[in-house]
Design a protein around this ligand. Structure first.
Ligand SMILES: C[C@](O)(C(=O)O)[C@H](CC(=O)O)C(=O)O
Length: 535
């Protein structure tokens, strides 16, 4: 007799019940702002038969509550990036959340280190999140056990940190195709993450030193990435939050012009000229030693590189251009329609060819601006819970303009912001006072979660190099003066192996005591100990 898991009739009943449960779930306060382009039936059909509860959901609900509390109060969370559980155990004392940076993972958590190309395996960051989450659980267990060793009247005097800080992680570009994004999402939810972000950068196109920094993918591909992640989270029935990051600001290229929503920002040659690639190839073959970056810069000038609208403005009369802009209207206008409107309203011919400007990798020049970021953020918002316009060279007016425009459409939107390690705020015009209140000023724009992603590189390297020098030059005397003495003087005591309540000694012994309970009854771990023993 073949083993049938369930009859077709019962299977259908179960399916219909699942559809109803999903539809009701999607109406809960946590879920109701999310708009899916797929049905509950589709999600139900993609679910495995064994329902599973995820710690990720608990952590996501905790984060959702935290961030909405900040939004209500006009306050914000400050955190930083790390890959290291011990660092996380100390963050718990002052910060509400933890960030797992992809750049840091690619630097130190992989077989072959590298720059922040997201060229490491797609399960790298989820595995680091898993490592950190398990460490958080252990610290939480250890602290709970230690507190229970004491009579309740003594516990107010004991440490009681919330080690279960929600983890936000870097999902980069989703690691290629939709199935990679879906698999990574599954691992993120399994790992206990509270939220992860996906951006609209093109994989493998980042450049760091030659001024050709970032390439974005078409609007449609970005939305597909976010949809794939949301679908997988729905299949798992998890509350996991999704952070929609947009890297359009200061991006110089786009991989394709397939989506007309990007056409406004794609640049092309406005005079007949040899293509950029042919020009660079000829310069290289000529071998006259001119750096190709200079050849490229000269080509950009000679070609009159600009967007189509800029090309129209350059040849149209003021009246013609006003009529052109009016006829464009507010919605998406593909290039072919722009050309037709210009041909109708502008007397002079307009030369515009975006293919001549393509790079050897096939990218198109892209001229980002706040409007482009706003359009992507608004389109992405219904799929995610938080929005982050990555602006690593922030101009205050751009920040105000972006957040204000998105909040006109989504007044209760939660926003994120990332600090970089080398931005010269004073040079960019930020006063000392503006720098002091920058975080609070961003919070007033709804930026409730703010992260310094790579402190653990710049900050820890600074501290580590300083200690290395001191240890080499002053040895034990320097160590006692600068580490042991201040650490032993702190209240509560600085965490370390010198502190049994932190390093897990009591917890370890408790397992053995418990095993011996059969013979000796509950041992020292079963009885209370006086607070004076705690170290
Ligand atoms: C946040 C980030 O994605 C990261 O990997 O930490 C990086 C950090 C950085 O390059 O400063 C990013 O913002 O792209």
């Amino acid at each position: 007799m073949p083993r049938l898991s369930i009859s077709a009739a019962d299977e259908q009943l179960a399916f219909e019940a699942t559809v109803k449960e999903i539809e009701e779930w999607w109406q809960t306060p946590r879920q109701s702002h999310i708009k899916r382009p797929y049905s509950a039936q589709r999600v139900a059909s993609l679910r495995p038969s064994l329902p599973t509860k995820y710690a990720s959901s608990e952590q996501a609900l905790k984060l959702w509550k935290q961030l909405n509390e900040h939004l209500k109060n006009g306050t914000h969370e400050m955190t930083f990036g790390t890959t290291e559980p011990t660092i996380v155990s100390q963050m718990a004392k002052h910060l509400q959340t933890v960030y797992v940076s992809g750049a840091l993972c690619g630097f130190s958590e992989v077989a072959e280190p590298g720059m922040d190309h997201a060229d490491y395996p797609w399960d790298t960051v989820p595995k680091v999140v898993d490592k950190i989450f398990r460490s958080q659980q252990w610290h939480d267990q250890k602290q709970h056990h230690f507190r229970m060793l004491h009579p309740v009247e003594q516990r107010d005097g004991l440490e009681n940190w919330d080690y279960m800080a929600p983890i936000i992680a870097d999902g980069d570009m989703g690691f290629g195709g939709s199935t990679s994004t879906i698999k990574m999402t599954k691992l993120f939810v399994d790992s206990g993450v509270a939220m992860f972000h996906l951006d609209d950068l093109a994989s493998g196109k980042k450049r760091f030193t030659i001024g050709q920094g970032r390439t974005v993918v078409p609007f449609s591909e970005y939305i597909d990435r976010l949809t794939a992640a949301r679908l997988q989270i729905d299949i798992m029935g998890a509350e996991t939050m999704l952070l929609c990051r947009c890297d359009v600001d200061h991006s110089e290229f786009i991989t394709d012009i397939i989506d007309p929503r990007d056409h406004e920002y794609v640049q092309g040659a406005t005079v007949p000229i040899a293509s950029l690639v042919d020009t660079l190839r000829e310069a290289a073959e000529a071998g006259d030693g001119l750096p190709l970056l200079q050849v490229r810069a000269q080509w950009m000038k000679d070609s009159g590189l600009s967007t189509f609208d800029e090309a129209v403005k350059a040849v149209a009369t003021e009246q013609e251009y006003t009529s052109y802009v009016e006829k464009l209207g507010k919605g998406t206008v593909p290039l072919k329609t722009r050309r037709a409107i210009a041909a109708e309203l502008v007397s002079k011919p307009i030369f515009f060819d975006w293919d001549l400007a393509r790079s050897r990798d096939g990218q198109y020049f892209y001229k980002s601006n706040v409007k482009a970021i706003v359009e992507r953020a608004i389109a992405a918002a219904p799929l995610g819970d938080v929005t982050w316009a990555r602006m690593d060279l922030p101009k205050w007016d751009d920040l105000v303009s972006f957040h204000t425009q998105v909040r006109e459409v989504y007044p209760d939107r939660l926003f994120a912001f990332g600090y970089t390690g080398d931005y010269d705020f004073p040079k960019a015009g930020f006063s000392t006072e503006a720098i002091k209140t920058f975080g609070e000023d961003l919070a007033k724009l709804g930026v409730v979660w703010q992260v310094q992603p790579i402190w653990c590189l710049q900050g820890l390297n600074l501290l580590t190099e300083q200690f290395s020098k001191l240890w080499r030059e002053r040895g034990l005397e320097g160590y006692l003066e600068t580490v042991q003495k201040p650490a032993l003087a702190t209240v509560p005591l600085t965490d370390g192996f010198e502190k049994a309540s932190y390093c897990g000694s009591y917890l370890a012994d408790a397992f053995f005591d418990t095993l011996a309970a059969r013979d000796f009854g509950e041992g020292s771990s079963g009885k209370t100990i006086s607070a004076k023993r705690q170290r």
